[in-house]
Design a protein. Structure first.
Length: 205
């Protein structure tokens, strides 16, 4: 694909770097932006700059936030004794869309995957252990993807938290093996959380 402008080519390359966006789709996005007026273009650039300069990660749960502590962790109406363990913030968005979960979260930032060079030390596991060790946590809900990496990570955390007096549960398998939380429909996801089972029981299945 040849371009009449280096600026246009660079913009297309930038869009094509996004997940699931090929060169042709990237070109359509760029051409759409070009057709917008200065006001719309400025609004788009402002949103991108906000992502770059003002986005933070919650110091408690590692969720995306605009402040040091996210709105979920700072909400006194949430049950801080129940922690839902998720892979990343996309899973929080999926679970929150159900409107059924009232506890808080802990974002691991990935899953254990030796083939990809991701071990326990690359994830936010120690922070979870510290929370449980400090006391006040009654239940950890393991809401990780139903994949080999998800199961491996869940079992590793199960072993790490075994010395503590905390209930570990796993979301019910309304999700098929290999499914990812962010793509589950709201009803299935809500039922999976509501019908969670003790992790030891899940291990036997």
């Amino acid at each position: 694909m040849e371009f009449s402008s280096k600026i246009l080519e660079q913009a297309v390359e930038a869009f094509a770097g996004l997940p699931g966006v090929g060169k042709k789709t990237a070109l359509r996005h760029v051409l759409h932006l070009i057709k917008q007026g200065p006001k719309e273009m400025d609004a788009f650039m402002h949103a991108i700059n906000q992502l770059k300069n003002n986005l933070k990660f919650c110091i408690k749960c590692h969720n995306i936030s605009e402040t040091e502590i996210c709105t979920i962790c700072s909400n006194s109406k949430r049950d801080s004794t129940t922690i839902c363990l998720v892979q990343d913030f996309r899973d929080i968005l999926a679970i929150e869309s159900t409107g059924q979960y009232k506890g808080v979260y802990h974002v691991l930032g990935g899953l254990i995957s030796p083939l990809d060079g991701i071990g326990p030390n690359e994830l936010n596991i120690n922070g979870l252990v510290e929370k449980v060790a400090a006391g006040g946590i009654k239940e950890i809900i393991l809401a990780l993807n139903a994949t080999m990496e998800g199961e491996t990570t869940s079992f590793f955390i199960f072993r790490k938290l075994a010395p503590f007096n905390v209930e570990l549960s796993a979301i019910a398998r309304g999700l098929a093996v290999g499914d990812e939380l962010e793509y589950a429909d709201e009803i299935t996801l809500a039922r999976s959380i509501a019908n969670r089972v003790p992790f030891q029981t899940a291990l036997k299945k």
